[in-house]
Design a protein around this ligand. Structure first.
Ligand code: COA
Length: 478
């Protein structure tokens, strides 16, 4: 009988108890930082620091070895030098531990044969004992839905819960995406760096995240792939349930070589992988900002029924930019019905552009915004709206009302609404947070908003054409 991916990975991502092997009192060591991350994340299960020379670390009772722990352990975070890792895994095996995060570096990625041999030995022990390994050579991982920060970065214990999961080969890219999310005011679900992928690879994690109901969208950062076929097969299955977005590097020779010394695998033929992943239904992006932007639109928004977009902006330029850029990304400019045009013409003066992209410069009170936007979203020729707001004295007094209005429109019509909030980052922070909490993704530039919306439309179309049910925002989630 096939064991579900959820069952296989539960001890890793939803453990009841965690041991930190190599926990240290020395604040400069990874073993100290890992324990601090776990404590800071307010993990509700049991935490067991393991160190042969200490009886207490960070206020927790410490144990000399795994076997001396008087209870069952699900997950071991391993932070001892590479040559000790196989014997620690043997201890894990005897204890019945089924999950390991191996932070330690110096395995397959290291020069010489010893590292590769150590990795083979570790895999052999783990496979025989059904231990799933994240790493080695990883920054670790976190799962906000289990209050679990199993990484060496305590700051990430502050990550709010979210519904985008990120799986990466690189720990540095986990930091990049996590900090982008914190800066953007959104939470994440699970973030992990696979490192050298000893016995857990992208395909396994895709399968697991596909089953995990907390994850609505999956983002990936890929350097080299050892087993492209299994990744493509897994992606094909998972995209039927939820969207997958990927950023693959390796266009240049240099990147390919660097990837090998980073996590021990070649980047391979970029064009081939790119084409295979696209064909599997993965949305490919070109940088880390676009990766999170896209995952955000896919995780937040309801599906779009088509590609006809209404662009409504109180400043003409960004509206025009987005309409232009949207067409380049396969979106079409919705043609308003005669009834919609008539209503808009009765509200806005003739000196503005009253077609799509709609110039709302003279809509300076909330009632006008309400009438216009309700009319437009109600138009059967409109599949999604891109709304602009700009930091400008004229509009300051209505921002709160516009936020409420957009949330109401989304609840009522369940058509995607994306906002471009043109403002310095530290203004309208609360308003932005409220919109995003209510499933309206917010972007700072028209181009970013359009790219994300275009990806949403593409995925929705794919979903429609294959007649599949996809986990997406429902009215009850809002
Ligand atoms: N069980 C438990 N603890 C043990 C142990 C064992 N069998 N053997 C040793 N320890 C303790 C040590 O005594 C030490 O604790 P102390 O500070 O109280 O003395 C602690 O474990 C760590 O061992 P130490 O030898 O001091 O190693 P370190 O902290 O200098 O380095 C690693 C360990 C894993 C951090 C290091 O080998 C490494 O791989 N660094 C790179 C990590 C990395 O970059 N990963 C990828 C990031 S993306």
């Amino acid at each position: 009988m096939k064991i579900s991916a959820m069952k296989k990975f539960k001890p890793v991502f939803y453990p009841d108890s965690v041991a930190v092997v190599g926990a240290s009192k020395d604040a400069r060591k990874f073993g100290y930082l890992c324990l601090k991350s776990l404590v800071n994340s307010e993990f509700q299960g049991s935490i067991y620091p393991i160190n042969p020379g200490s009886s207490e670390i960070l206020g927790l009772q410490s144990y000399p070895s795994i076997k001396s722990i008087p209870a069952k352990v699900d997950l071991a975070i391993i932070v001892v030098p590479a040559e000790l890792v196989p014997s620690v895994l043997q201890e894990c095996s005897h204890k019945g531990i089924k999950g390991a995060v191996i932070i330690t570096a110096g395995f397959k990625e290291a020069e010489g044969f010893l590292g590769a041999e150590l990795q083979d030995e570790a895999r052999h022990i783990a496979d025989n004992a059904d231990i799933k390994i994240i790493g080695p050579n990883t920054f670790g991982m976190f799962n906000t839905h289990a209050d679990l920060n199993a990484s060496f970065t305590p700051l990430l214990s502050t990550m709010p819960q979210g519904d985008i999961s990120f799986v990466s080969q690189s720990g540095g890219m986990c930091h990049t995406v996590s900090y982008l999310a914190l800066d953007d005011g959104i939470g994440l679900d699970k973030v992990l760096s696979l490192g050298n992928r000893c016995n857990v690879d992208f395909a396994d994690i895709l399968e697991f995240l596909g089953e995990d109901l907390h994850t609505r969208a999956i983002a990936m950062y890929i350097e080299g792939i050892d087993n492209p076929r299994s990744l493509v097969e897994a992606a094909k299955k998972v995209v039927r349930k939820k969207p997958v977005v990927a950023y693959k590097i390796g266009k240049s020779q240099t990147a390919s070589r660097a990837a090998y010394s980073h996590t021990g695998s070649l980047a391979g033929n970029y064009e081939l992988y790119d084409a295979a992943l696209r064909q599997a239904g993965v949305l490919m992006v070109n940088d880390s900002v676009e990766l999170l932007d896209t995952a955000k639109a896919l995780a937040f928004c309801p599906p779009a029924q088509g590609r006809r977009i209404a662009f409504c902006s109180p400043v003409a330029g960004p509206g025009i930019v987005s309409a232009d850029c949207g067409q380049g990304h396969g979106l079409t400019i919705a043609e308003f019905s005669a009834a919609t045009r008539e209503k808009i013409e009765a509200i806005l003066p003739p000196r503005t552009f009253r077609m799509n992209p709609l110039d709302m410069a003279f809509a300076r009170d909330l009632d006008m915004w309400q009438e216009i936007l309700m009319t437009i979203i109600n138009d059967p020729g409109v599949d999604a709206m891109l709304i602009f707001f700009v930091k400008q004295e004229f509009f300051d007094s209505i921002i709160g009302g516009v936020v409420e209005l957009l949330i109401d429109l989304l609840k009522t019509y369940m058509k995607p609404i994306v906002m471009c909030l043109i403002s310095p980052r530290d203004i309208f922070v609360k308003e932005k947070a409220k919109l995003q909490k209510n499933r309206i993704p917010v972007y700072q530039t028209p181009e970013r908003a359009v790219r994300a919306l275009a990806a949403l439309v593409k995925y929705s179309k794919m979903r429609q054409s294959s007649g599949i049910q996809v986990l997406q925002a429902q009215p009850t989630d809002i």
